[in-house]
Write a protein that binds this ligand. Structure first.
Ligand SMILES: [Zn+2]
Ligand SMILES: [Zn+2]
Length: 174
């Protein structure tokens, strides 16, 4: 997937980019990914002065491993993409935000490395099957989302169980 920065900026062209991209090269080594599908890029490229702007959305179906219960988490990541390219010098184009502005030497810019970087950054660091996943029991390994195993690290007098619950309630993370 390429854009021609010169053509975009000189002619003020507006280009739609729809492309499927194989992410195997980037993702096949990731231990936290059980599977991933084909990335769908849905981008627009247009000129803003002598800057070519590419923005839009990347969609990537992934199956991750929940970091608490080790269950599978299937979702389609929606990853916003926005990068800017210029053949001019960047200092002359001083704007408020420069992070996503790249100075390029060639008219043709291959977008794949930028797409790959965006995908890499967007992968959840600690994937969870749900926000309040209860994880696995440290004693017996039961998936606590499915059932309570009855293990308890503390022995609680049944007469005080009510109090213990109350204690847990107040200690709950916000
Ligand atoms: Zn989980
Ligand atoms: Zn248990």
């Amino acid at each position: 997937m390429q854009i021609n920065v010169k053509e975009l900026t000189l002619k003020g062209k507006n280009v739609q980019l729809h492309e499927s991209m194989d992410m195997s090269g980037l993702l096949s080594g990731r231990q936290d990914l059980e599977a991933f599908g084909v990335l769908e890029a849905d981008l627009a490229a247009y000129a803003d002065g002598n800057i070519a702007v590419v923005d839009g959305m990347l969609k990537l179906p992934v199956t991750m491993v929940c970091s608490r219960c080790l269950g599978s988490v299937q979702e389609t990541l929606s990853i916003p993409f926005r990068e800017k390219f210029t053949l001019g010098s960047i200092s002359a184009e001083a704007g408020e935000e420069q992070d996503d502005l790249h100075q390029v030497q060639e008219d043709l810019v291959e977008l794949a490395p930028y797409v790959e970087e965006a995908v890499w950054m967007a992968l959840p660091y600690i994937p969870l099957c749900k926000e309040d996943c209860r994880g696995l029991c440290p004693e017996c390994g039961t998936n606590l989302n499915e059932r309570d195993c009855g293990c308890s690290t503390e022995k609680i007098d049944p007469r005080l169980a009510g109090l213990a619950d109350l204690f847990k309630e107040t200690r709950k993370d916000p």
